[in-house]
Design a binder for this molecule. Sequence first.
Ligand code: CP3
Length: 355
Amino acid sequence: MSANDRPTGQPTTPQESAFLKACRREPVPHTPVWFMRQAGRSLPEYRKLREGIGMLDSCMRPDLVTEITLQPVRRHGVDAAIYFSDIVVPLKAIGVDLDIKPGVGPVVEKPVRTRGDLERLRPLEPEDVAYVTEAVRNLTGELGGTPLIGFAGAPFTLASYLVEGGPSKNHEHTKALMYGDPQLWADLCDRLAVITSTFLKVQIEAGASAVQLFDSWAGALSPEDYRRAVMPASAKVFESVAGYGVPRIHFGVGTGELLGAMGEAGADVVGADWRVPMDEAARRVGPGKAVQGNLDPAVLFAPREAVETQAQRVLDAAAGLEGHIFNLGHGVLPDTDPEALTHLVRYVHERTARG
Ligand code: CP3
């Protein structure tokens, strides 16, 4: 079965989909569901397809990207597809010497810590990522009425990988640069904002219906530091794609204290992790924005009834809100049983079906 001929009242165009309606805070036929990191990760059909192919190599092959992006849509009946790629793909595309190590994450050969290092980060040109344009075009054809979400890493989260040289718990080198050389830090975030803007524009111009900016590690910052040193660059990214009219989603982990500022940065939808209930998250984000979240991904390892109980708690907290997109509070964990995800989609759809 292709994504086009899924049964039961599927939208005929992305604009009519429950997902885009919820992003616009319009009435929905059911609460839309998708999962961060739904592509790849837990799916056996993904692992089979990726055998012997490096992560970054797979991101540059439109045939693989198309198939991997469609897999969770077919299997789970989610309300949106997320483009299969990684936040470091645009950095690789401008020549940064990095790799994605299995089970570790992005590793940068020569970390960026000086003005000279910064000069190596040239702007991204759409031709650098022609494979993205091709894959998004293929996908929008294949997906029919199911919207495609494009994405990019936010300047802070990208800077963390570049400055640390790899994944980091404490972000100590990143923060040392941020506090120690505010001008160099601002210039780095500015360059990353330009690269990220181009990467999002490429995806939107090829047909993506919405975009998500992942600032996964922003929760490591105090609200004051976030507002001063990080938010301006993220705001530039949102502003740069405002004219397209596609919903812009903003997400980070552990960002309970930052939700207000993340809303102010310019997104239309703000994601929250499981540490703040959805109604409280919406209150912190402020009026006029939809919210996304926020089941703890670890809950999916519990028995089915417990998953339902916890999912219902999320739905109850979000019940009075205009514009709720059901998601996990962070990405699908690699050992998640795919059937638990399929069941969760069905549960949310059934429990929220209207009229
Ligand atoms: O959401 C999706 O399903 C689309 C694909 C996607 C990937 N990475 C594929 C991937 C998306 C949206 C991302 C975003 C991403 N990448 C983020 C932000 C989201 C988040 O989880 O906070 C971050 C911080 C990264 C950086 C990254 N890439 C890490 C930390 C890792 C290693 C850990 C892991 O996920 O296994 C990666 C590698 C990566 N990105 C894989 C996949 C499918 C695994 C690659 C492999 O098979 O080795």
